[in-house]
Design a protein around this ligand. Sequence first.
Ligand code: FE2
Ligand code: FE2
Length: 195
Amino acid sequence: MKVEDYDFSKFKNSTKAKQALVRLLQNAHAGEKAAANAYWGHARSLFIWNKEERKQIIKIYEDELHHRRRLFDFLQSLDSKPRLIREIGMWCVGASIAILSIIGTWFIPMYGAGQLESTNIGEYEVAARLALLAGREELIEELLVFAEVEWDHEDFFRKKVEDHWVTRYYPLWNKPARRDSIRSLFNSFQADTKQ
Ligand SMILES: [Fe+2]
Ligand SMILES: [Fe+2]
């Protein structure tokens, strides 16, 4: 998801913004489980020899579980809860990726993780704007922090694969905007909304 492609004009009404926020947080809650499952497998990959690298992936796994716990709290505060069907589906997606990560190459799970993380940044940037439009300002700061953490995850995987020989033939995904643009673009959006 890219924040610049999202049409916020449909959500001037706070009820509609809240509905869109709930749906997005439900998707993110399930997506975090898929990511956590995938990293659980990735940390056990047969192709990771470097202990430090393994530790860093476990740290990312823990970040995703933390996001998931907080998303559950956010959904409760919005009188909602995760969607069971989505949860089951994404759990299976994550478990499948975990198996592929354990037995796959070093490169493919690293590349796939980076590409996935690049979409997670935008997801939380959109969520922070929807929280603003829904009048739920108390959620904004943490959602922006989540976007920044996803930016750090993307940066970690990008740095892992960018010099790999495969990228000469299979280019990297698009580089996200600078980390500090997460805050500056949100502040501009907030200022425009108040006008
Ligand atoms: Fe996350
Ligand atoms: Fe992440």
